[in-house]
Design a protein around this ligand. Structure first.
Ligand code: PLP
Length: 373
């Protein structure tokens, strides 16, 4: 049996250091904020090539607090990808604004910069590109459109820790990047966690205040904030794992290269990394043509290969967004991706032999299903 992702394997690799980090926090007597959090924030900012980092309770809050800190709220519109994890949309809704979907480029599966302009209205305040599956979106092209229309750019970097665009880390050069440290992410904690990185000192301060009861000083409340802070135990664990992130991303890259080589010419839709981008392969997502996705997944399960679907229902077709009144075929690229995507096992602890077997099982399954070219 080849599991989709072995999240516990990270602990087997770094166990003693992770245990020591947790014990350090336990012994410190300091359980909210403090030195361990500050150290992680400055180390993560340095890794992301940003001036400031503010820890948050999770990735969804990182996005929501950033929008609120930009005074984006009721009556405002925020452009989001039609194909993404629903949290991107939920953050916009949590801030009180309305998500306005824009279709992806079917090749990169990321928001299509060429389609953004048509979605801009006088109410548009920001655009949130998502570096989906760890493949960077074309933030240069997106920022150019945003500049023309006075939109802020907030990167949803929850799936792309360490990714680069034209040699620079993603997140550098836009208003802010929002990160999740959910356990299954490339940089994952032992529970929930998140952060915002930015070069804007004022924005960073406002986000920190909003995540701390809107409080610039104890028992002084300038605005109605939330309680959303990165836990120091998680910060201490993340400091250990941050040391391993680049090496772990390299291991993911080797697996992705293996899949790309083995599956080229198979008739499957393979991930496409645009030229100046360096992906970090949070997921390796194929698209299966001719309505054979579910049959392929079923066959792989029978053969002991666990796969997942990211994501089976497009956000505009979810009950949570019924009130927006989008017809299913209002966003056909997102709708079709939801029906054809399949994620193969990938992770820093997936043995090469397992990846080889996955590729072989996929090819055999395609032959059996009559889908091979
Ligand atoms: C995981 C994820 C989030 C939300 O992060 P949480 O820490 O789970 O709240 C947001 N956007 C994307 C694209 C994600 O993958």
């Amino acid at each position: 049996m080849i599991p989709f992702l072995d999240v516990g394997a990270a602990h087997r690799e770094l166990g003693p250091e992770i245990d020591a980090a947790m014990a350090r926090v336990a012994a410190s007597g300091w359980y909210v904020g403090g030195a361990e959090l500050e150290a992680f924030e400055s180390e993560f900012a340095a890794h992301a090539q940003a001036r400031f980092c503010v820890g948050t309770g999770n990735g969804l809050d990182a996005l929501t607090l950033t929008l609120r800190a930009m005074d984006i709220g009721p009556g405002d519109e925020v452009i989001v990808p039609s194909h993404t994890f629903i949290a991107t949309w939920l953050a916009v809704s949590a801030a009180g604004a309305t998500p306005v979907p824009v279709e992806p480029d079917p090749l990169t599966r990321n928001i299509d910069p060429g389609r953004i302009e048509a979605a801009v209205t006088p109410r548009s305040k920001a655009v949130i590109p998502v570096h989906l599956y760890g493949v960077p979106a074309d933030v240069e092209a997106i920022a150019a459109v945003a500049r023309r229309h006075g939109l802020r750019v907030i990167e949803d970097a929850a799936q792309a820790h360490g990714a680069r665009w034209a040699g620079r880390r993603i997140g550098a050069g836009t208003d802010a990047a929002c990160w999740s440290f959910y356990p299954g992410k490339n940089l994952g904690a032992l529970g929930d966690g998140g952060a915002v990185t930015t070069d804007d000192a004022e924005l960073a301060e406002r986000i920190r205040r909003l995540g701390n009861y809107g409080s610039p000083a104890k028992y002084v409340h300038e605005e109605r904030g939330a309680n959303s802070r990165l836990d120091p135990v998680q910060a201490a664990v993340l400091r250990v794992k941050l040391q391993a992130l680049d090496e772990w991303n390299d291991r993911r890259r080797r697996i992705a290269d293996l899949y790309l080589r083995a599956l080229s010419g198979s008739g499957l839709g393979l991930p496409h990394v645009p030229d100046p981008a360096e992906a970090v392969w949070h997921l390796f997502v194929i698209t299966v043509p001719n309505g054979l996705r579910d049959a392929l997944q079923q066959r792989l399960t029978q053969r002991g290969v666990q796969t997942l679907i990211h994501y089976p229902i497009a956000p505009h077709m979810q009950g949570a967004y019924r009130d927006l009144g989008h017809a299913p075929d209002a966003f056909p690229i997102a709708r079709d991706l939801a029906q054809s995507v399949l994620s193969l096992p990938i992770g820093p602890h997936l043995p090469t032999e397992s990846a080889e077997r996955v590729a072989q099982e996929v090819l055999e399954a395609l032959a059996v299903l009559g889908a091979a070219r």
